[in-house]
Design a protein around this ligand. Structure first.
Ligand SMILES: Cc1cc2nc3c(=O)[nH]c(=O)nc-3n(C[C@H](O)[C@H](O)[C@H](O)COP(=O)(O)OP(=O)(O)OC[C@H]3O[C@@H](n4cnc5c(N)ncnc54)[C@H](O)[C@@H]3O)c2cc1C
Length: 390
């Protein structure tokens, strides 16, 4: 490395971080820009498949070192424990005892999110989540639980709650699955999509309890204003939260802790920090509300790379734009629903696809995105997103 080398450190190798690092590897000069990618685990976690992980499906193991083998990206397995933006340092715990000081000229912050168990008493102690470790811990217990017709309670009925409950009920028909939600379920979908999901719930024997808030969890029951709901296993799927690292470091964040960025994905408070994916939120309207989703994480990661590459070449970055065309939910392995959206207003249209073809649609989208990420170092143009030039 020469004195003139620009050090870019990407924190988090989820969809946004991997996309950003891979794309930057193509768009910057290998002699003058060094890219380091840090991730807590050595394998890439295909998070949108964590419901399959819970149900015990053997998913392909993807070692990050192998995925990055033919790129010029240096991979550093380790957990980011602190940021010092003033001195341009990320502190990384690598298992060697003392955290390593990783110095950067530019940082891309893509640490994603985790399931938000919130302040509910007992939730941390008595509930599993759909986060990777928790999902992997629960998976081996389920065959026995199914054999004794155990009661599984899912708290939360957003898209993730719908996907997890249907996956479990289909894979383990012996389980008695109940979903409880404080509002109504899948509130962002059209009536037609909801009807299809209700039919899937009833086919799979899933009980849905709406408008019921879980106020606390005991080891064997969820307490609600309408009375207790007994369970053998509870899985918390209610919403995502982000790490407190950015806030603690004095980086400007919103009330959820997401780094506030301009439309170049650049931090409003620290221009040498870019942020993307679940951990970021553009403060200027990019043409649509940004949801914590794979759908948004890929484009945000790509745009962060494009903006930084433009800056390093002395060019003006273009503003980030995004439109949602559709969202796909799996309902087990044989059913699904694709909800088409008005791409200007981001509202659900009456148009949906259901059944096996909808499931394939989601599978195709997830597999295609990962493929385009892997192709970034050679052919970055294969990834283009709707609303890019909004
Ligand atoms: C079961 C499930 C189903 C889903 N289905 C869909 C779907 O159908 N469509 C959709 O659009 N979205 C879906 N999502 C949401 C989607 O998975 C997330 O929005 C997406 O993964 C966000 O990508 P990201 O790169 O920002 O973060 P992540 O994918 O969370 O990646 C963050 C990375 O940072 C690493 N990391 C975190 N903290 C640290 C640290 N301190 N040090 C080092 N590394 C760290 C993590 O290990 C991870 O590799 C689903 C989520 C779940 C859980």
């Amino acid at each position: 490395m020469t004195e003139e080398t620009t050090r870019v450190v990407v924190l988090g190798a989820g969809y946004a971080g991997l996309m950003a690092a891979m794309r930057l590897a193509n768009k910057t000069n290998r002699r003058s820009v060094a890219i380091t990618l840090v991730n807590a685990s050595e394998d890439f976690n295909e998070r949108v498949r964590n419901h399959q992980l819970i149900s015990g499906e053997r998913l392909p193991q993807r070692a990050l070192a192998k995925m990055l083998a033919n790129t010029r990206i240096r991979f550093l397995p380790g957990t980011v424990v602190a940021l010092d933006p003033h001195h341009h340092i990320a502190k990384v715990e690598t298992g060697a005892g003392v955290p390593v000081d990783l110095r950067y000229d530019y940082l891309i912050y893509t640490l994603g999110s985790h399931v938000d168990v919130g302040p509910t008493r007992g939730a941390t102690q008595h509930a599993y989540t759909v986060d990777e470790r928790s999902a992997a811990a629960l998976a081996p217990l389920l065959p026995d639980l199914a054999a004794r017709k155990a009661r599984v309670l899912l708290v939360g009925a957003g898209n993730t709650g719908v996907e997890v409950s249907t996956e479990l009920a289909e894979r383990f028909p012996g389980l008695r699955v109940t979903v409880v939600t404080r509002g109504s379920f899948a509130s962002n979908l059209s009536e037609a999509a909801k009807r299809h999901i209700r039919r899937a719930f009833s086919r799979l024997g899933i009980t849905l309890i709406e408008n019921t808030e879980v106020t606390s969890l005991d080891p064997d029951q969820a307490n609600t204003i309408s009375g207790p709901i007994p369970f053998d296993v509870c899985i918390w799927v209610g919403g995502f939260a982000v790490s407190d690292l950015a806030r603690s470091a004095g980086v400007r964040v919103n009330e959820r802790g997401q780094i506030l960025t301009d439309r170049a994905m650049r931090s409003l408070s620290h221009p040498d920090i870019y942020a993307a994916g679940d951990a970021a939120m553009p403060a200027d309207d990019p043409g649509t509300p940004i949801r914590m989703s794979l759908y948004a994480a890929g484009p945000m990661g790509a745009h962060a790379a494009d903006s930084l590459a433009a800056l390093l070449r002395g060019r003006q970055p273009s503003p980030f734009g995004l439109s949602y065309l559709a969202q796909g939910l799996s309902l087990g392995r044989r059913d699904g629903v694709v909800q088409f959206l008005n791409w200007n207003t981001d509202t659900a249209l009456g148009l949906i696809i259901t059944g096996r073809i909808a499931n394939w649609f989601r599978e195709f989208f997830v597999a295609f995105l990962l493929l385009t990420i892997r192709l970034q170092p050679t052919v970055p143009w294969v990834f283009y997103w709707p609303g890019k030039n909004k």
